[in-house]
Every structure is written in structure tokens, then in C-alpha cells.
Design a protein. Structure first.
Length: 380
């Protein structure tokens, strides 16, 4: 709020921790500045577990992972192919330290990487004062150097390079004419296209690709309702690029709409190409929402059917109680004869103490032997 009052165009946020706060979310959302935020130092995937404030779903946030001097992810750094935007040096950074006047020392953390990116954003805004937050963010992402060791660490798949981000380039990449889908199943499809050049079809391959996904036809002039997937560009112009789009199976057919644009290192965009296809529905071998007529699940220990506000009936152990008892919930036999690509989907919420865990196990021999396919603990 103070930064908004003072008219700051960029905020640098080397802090984090705690759960989601609507007050903090509203403060970031109401401030038109570009908020550069540390991704966290607990070495986990921010796509699978939220980190705040970097994981707030706001277009004016740039989440930052940390790298070391070998252009590798710093051992402590959190990451996220979708929820972290860029990576910057954050290991053994020589900086001022709050010990005594005039003190310097080596410090590590995404808190050290974040000011690098804030400074880079400031350079871009100085060079291009009319650039929007989205344009500055895109220059940071697509100006990054692509590095194999940093694949899927962030949207950028690399480490920031502000010289690339500051380049003056007004020629957009080309647009392929063969954007389409193949290998369509109830689990998704493979999208493919021919890689284009940085400047139309020349000067090396375009730096990146953005795919837009929606359950409605995509209008190139209005993409707000579509989900964006950022991808690295190909190695060479003319290479066949592919992306495997995975979905959770559904009992109903679904039409999915895609848009695709190529981007260069300063985020010039090609014309949009679009395609759509139908994902076929699947038969449910077993389903039960525990409302109405129920399938016979066997329960032991503390499991019992309870009413939970907002969710209806669920199987739950003794909520809020401390117990050492093992509790099991076992489905009836599921007949998968003649079926392929079986998919298990369930909803679960856990409040576990240290040392406790919950797991999903599968048996194919009538319950004699069990294989763990998913495990949850206090940090899940």
C-alpha cells in the first residue's frame, strides 16, 4: 500500500511464508506495479504446493527462482514450470549485510535472486517507458538464456539475460500453417507445429511458444478466459515441435480449443494459429461420491462417514483428535477386464501431525500384496 501511495512502478519482495492471505492478495492486486517476488528456499515444486506470496494468481507478479554460478538451480531454491516465471543468480551473492556499518558478505537465497530481476525490470522500463507490466514480464521471460539444466525450473527454462531483454526488435516471428493435434485419447492429445524463425522465418529459431487452452473458441483479440502454457522454442527453424496435452478422464466428450503464438526474445508475437478437437469420454468402472446409494467401502480404525460443510458426506478419521491408530478405507474389487489406460481419481484433504502419513495403495491379487502409488504427509 505504501509503494502504491508513493507511485512505485516495481516492488521487490524478498520475503514469504505462511498461508494464503486475502488481505495481502488484495494489496498486490490493487497495486498496478510489477511485483517481483522470491519463489522460496525450501526446495520444493511450487506447482504442487503453494508458496505465498509468489503463487498468487496475478498477472503483475514475477516469481523468481535462484541459480548458482554454474547455471544450475540452487540446491535450496523452490521451482515451478508454471508458477515460477524466471531464475536469476542467488547463490553466494556478495552484498551488504545488516551486521555493522559498511559490512559486506556472501548471502544465498531466492531473496538474493529477486533484486537482480527487479533491477532488470527497472532497466526495461527505463528503456521502454510505455511498456506494460505484461510486456516487461514477457521480456524477462523470453529474453532468458535457455539452459538445459534449468528446464522446467520456471516458465523461462533458463536464466535471465537483460541484454537480450533490452534488445530493440520490432519484427515478429513467423506463424506455422500446420498447427494441429494427433494421438487423441481420453487422456489428452499431442499437439504439433513447425518451428519458425525469430524474425519471420529467419535469424534463428523463435525463443518461445505460448499455447492457449480453453473450453470455448479462442478469439485472438480477447484471450483473458484462456489458460496460458509457456514453452521453450525449438533448436532450429523448421524443426517439428510437439507438446503432450494431458487431461483427467471424464465420462463425457469434451471439446478443447487451442491457440498458439511464437515469441522472440523481446516478446514480439506471431499471428495466432488455432485448432480444436474432441476428447472422448470414458466409462467409469467404479464411482462413488458417498451421497445417496453408496458402493460398499470397507473401513477400519477411525474412518467413518461424516458430513462436512461445503463437501457433503465424506469418509473421515477422527477430525481434530490425536490418535496412533492405523485407519484403512478399502474399495470393493474393481473389474478392469478389457479396459486399458485405467485412471484413479479421488479427492482428499489431510491435517497430519509430524510423523503421520496417508497413502493410496493398489492390489492386483485380491489384497494379498499392496503397492503404494501416492503418499501424503504434513508437507503435502
Amino acid at each position: 500500500l505504501y509503494s502504491a501511495k508513493m507511485g512505485a512502478d516495481i516492488t521487490s519482495n524478498s520475503w514469504g511464508g505462511g498461508g494464503r492471505s486475502e488481505a495481502i492478495y488484495d494489496a498486490f492486486k490493487s497495486n498496478d506495479a510489477l511485483h517481483v517476488i522470491a519463489a522460496g528456499n525450501s526446495n520444493y515444486d511450487n506447482d504442487k504446493r503453494d508458496n505465498f506470496p509468489s503463487n498468487y494468481d496475478l498477472d503483475n507478479i514475477v516469481a523468481v527462482a535462484a541459480t548458482n554460478h554454474n547455471d544450475q538451480k540452487a540446491s535450496f531454491s523452490q521451482w515451478g514450470a508454471n508458477n515460477v516465471d524466471v531464475a536469476a543468480p542467488g547463490r553466494d551473492i556478495w552484498s551488504t549485510v545488516p551486521i555493522s556499518k559498511g559490512s559486506y558478505g556472501n548471502k544465498s537465497g531466492t531473496s538474493m535472486a529477486t533484486p537482480h530481476v527487479s533491477g532488470g525490470a527497472g532497466l526495461i522500463m527505463s528503456a521502454y517507458p510505455n511498456a506494460s507490466n505484461a510486456e516487461v514480464k514477457a521480456r524477462l521471460i523470453y529474453g532468458s538464456d535457455k539452459i538445459d539444466a534449468l528446464n522446467d525450473i520456471s516458465v523461462s527454462d533458463g536464466r535471465v539475460n537483460f541484454a537480450n531483454s533490452l534488445e530493440k526488435d520490432e519484427i515478429a516471428p513467423g506463424a506455422p500453417n500446420d498447427f494441429g493435434a494427433s494421438q487423441i485419447t481420453n487422456r489428452g492429445a499431442v499437439l504439433s507445429w513447425t518451428s519458425v524463425g525469430d524474425d519471420k522465418w529467419a535469424n534463428g529459431a523463435a525463443q518461445g511458444v505460448e499455447l492457449l487452452v480453453s473450453d470455448k473458441p479462442i478469439n485472438p483479440e480477447d484471450t483473458a478466459s484462456a489458460k496460458t502454457i509457456g514453452l521453450a522454442g525449438a533448436a532450429e527453424v523448421g524443426d517439428l515441435a510437439t507438446y503432450k496435452y494431458d487431461v483427467t478422464p471424464s465420462e463425457s466428450d469434451r471439446t478443447v480449443y487451442f491457440g498458439m503464438q511464437s515469441l522472440d526474445n523481446v516478446a514480439n508475437r506471431s499471428e495466432m494459429r488455432t485448432t480444436s478437437f474432441v476428447i472422448p469420454g470414458s466409462d467409469a468402472a467404479l464411482k462413488d461420491d458417498f451421497e445417496g446409494q453408496q458402493v460398499s467401502f470397507a473401513s477400519t480404525g477411525d474412518f467413518s462417514l461424516q458430513e462436512v460443510e461445503g463437501r457433503g458426506k465424506v469418509f473421515s478419521t477422527a477430525t481434530g483428535a490425536t490418535t496412533a491408530a492405523d485407519s484403512d478405507l478399502t474399495s470393493p474389487t474393481i473389474d478392469l477386464t478389457g479396459k486399458t489406460g485405467a485412471y484413479l481419481k479421488f479427492d482428499a484433504a489431510t491435517e497430519l501431525n509430524w510423523g503421520e502419513n496417508a497413502s493410496v495403495q493398489v492390489s492386483t491379487d485380491g489384497g494379498e500384496n499392496w503397492t503404494t502409488v501416492s503418499r501424503m504427509d504434513r508437507r503435502s
